[in-house]
Design a protein around this ligand. Structure first.
Ligand SMILES: Cc1cc2nc3c(=O)[nH]c(=O)nc-3n(C[C@H](O)[C@H](O)[C@H](O)COP(=O)(O)OP(=O)(O)OC[C@H]3O[C@@H](n4cnc5c(N)ncnc54)[C@H](O)[C@@H]3O)c2cc1C
Length: 399
């Protein structure tokens, strides 16, 4: 990555860039991305859903930090940009436009806002600057083998012994834990009739003795998820965030606009660009069935983009979005999957090959993109659970 600073591409630390006109802000951030984001890490036909690993994320985010562009949503008092929703949107649009790969940046998107709300002064002072500088890289340790959608059934225990908790148990599906330095975990510290009570929010250094991290290879052939085992891990009591036994409230706190960003149409747009290219490369445009299907997908994507735009405008106007965010998530993740299935179908035998393939003059990997579109309907709340939420809050149905 190019380390040289340029005055035109740096968000000046002393300046409130919220005061820039939207278009000036857009152009300045665009110039920064063009000057510094590596060409070979962009999303393209081969890797339309490209995601950075932990090391790439840390290297890129350090550079972003050095140039003053880190943490768009964080308040300025904590070292963020304190951007308005409108400018955060421009920020994301520009990254999507040039194909910046997706990043797992839990420190900025999840833990930071949680510490700002529930952390002690010492915790904020210790962790927030290290998150910004990428000195620490955080994994989320919530799910367990028998506690996913039903997260409150989690069993990993943290027993208090003097000035430590002793942690025993197992987490699973912990994204990039093998590259993380720390994880914020939900652990059981007490037993009550209501299972949400008795859970605490704990910060755990993953280099401590007794932590064992084992990567899991997923269907796209990559190791990005992990099992994390804790055997008598001694965690200082000062690492507890918020009240003991009330970590459920801490974890469920509303975390900024994350749900809106997760519902961005970006991946579906990237998948659609590939699908349209494939129609050309495979000479399928004479096939009425293929064109009907493509037309339907294009119309659905067009509708979704209008809907997403309308929701963003409501957020911008400070209106509550509520359960509609669940509907967005369900629609866009399933539409993305339908587009990848279409590409595999028209790619014919190319869709059955794992690894890069040549479709005419286009190098792609149809199986990879099909596989990489699968988890969207599972993480951040399974689509079935989102449908439960909609049934309850919109239709007034009870389970
Ligand atoms: C790519 C990826 C990354 C992830 N990263 C992390 C991470 O970093 N940290 C972390 O803690 N976790 C992570 N997870 C785990 C994720 O949060 C869980 O997979 C998710 O909560 C679902 O839990 P589960 O896998 O145990 O499935 P289950 O909850 O057991 O669900 C199994 C099936 O039952 C359905 N189901 C469950 N409950 C209901 C219901 N009430 N009504 C109708 N149907 C229901 C589900 O929709 C699903 O089809 C990740 C998952 C994925 C796929």
């Amino acid at each position: 990555m190019d380390e040289s600073a340029s005055p035109d591409t740096t968000a000046n630390a002393g300046e409130d860039i919220n005061l820039l006109a939207d278009e000036d802000f857009r152009l300045r951030f665009r110039a920064f991305l063009h000057a510094h984001y590596p060409l070979d890490m962009r999303q393209d036909y081969l890797r339309p859903f490209r995601r950075m690993n932990g090391a790439e994320t840390r290297a890129w985010m350090s550079l972003v930090h050095q140039h003053g562009w880190r943490a768009p949503e964080w308040p300025r008092e904590y070292g963020g940009l304190g951007l308005s929703f409108r400018k955060q949107r421009i920020y994301n649009e520009e990254m999507e436009r040039i194909g910046v790969a997706r990043m797992i940046d839990n420190g900025v998107t999840q833990l930071g806002p949680t510490l700002m709300k529930y952390g002690s002064a010492a915790q904020k002072q210790q962790y927030l600057p290290r998150i910004l500088a990428c000195d620490d890289y955080w994994a989320q340790g919530y799910s367990e083998p028998n506690a996913g959608s039903d997260l409150a059934s989690l069993k990993t225990r943290a027993d208090r012994q003097g000035d430590h908790f002793v942690v025993n148990g197992q987490k699973i599906w912990t994204t990039l834990a093998m590259e993380a330095t720390h994880c914020y975990a939900l652990v059981r510290t007490g037993n009550y009739d209501k299972k949400q009570k008795g859970i605490s929010f704990l910060l755990i250094d993953l280099t401590l003795p007794g932590v064992d991290i084992r990567p899991i290879r997923h269907i796209a052939g990559e190791e990005e998820l992990c099992e994390v085992f804790f055997s008598d891990v001694k965690v200082p009591t000062e690492n507890l965030v918020g009240p003991l036994d009330d970590g459920w409230t801490v974890a469920k706190a509303l975390l900024g606009h994350e749900r809106i960003w997760l519902a961005s149409p970006n991946l579906a747009i990237k998948a659609m660009m590939l699908a349209q290219q494939l129609v050309v490369e495979t000479g399928s445009s004479d096939d009425q069935g293929v064109m009907d299907r493509l037309g339907q997908l294009l119309a659905d994507l067009h509708d979704y983009r209008q809907w997403y735009e309308a929701i963003c405008q409501r957020v911008e106007a400070d209106e509550e979005v509520g359960a509609e965010a669940s509907a967005l998530k369900v629609y866009i993740t399933e539409l993305t999957q339908r587009i990848t299935e279409f590409s595999v179908d028209i790619g014919d035998e190319l869709g059955a090959i794992t690894g890069p393939v040549e479709a005419g003059s286009t190098t792609t990997d149809l199986y990879w993109q099909l596989a990489m579109s699968r988890p969207g309907t599972i993480y951040a709340g399974c689509n079935e659970v989102q449908r439960d939420i909609l049934a309850k809050s919109v239709l007034g149905l009870t389970p």
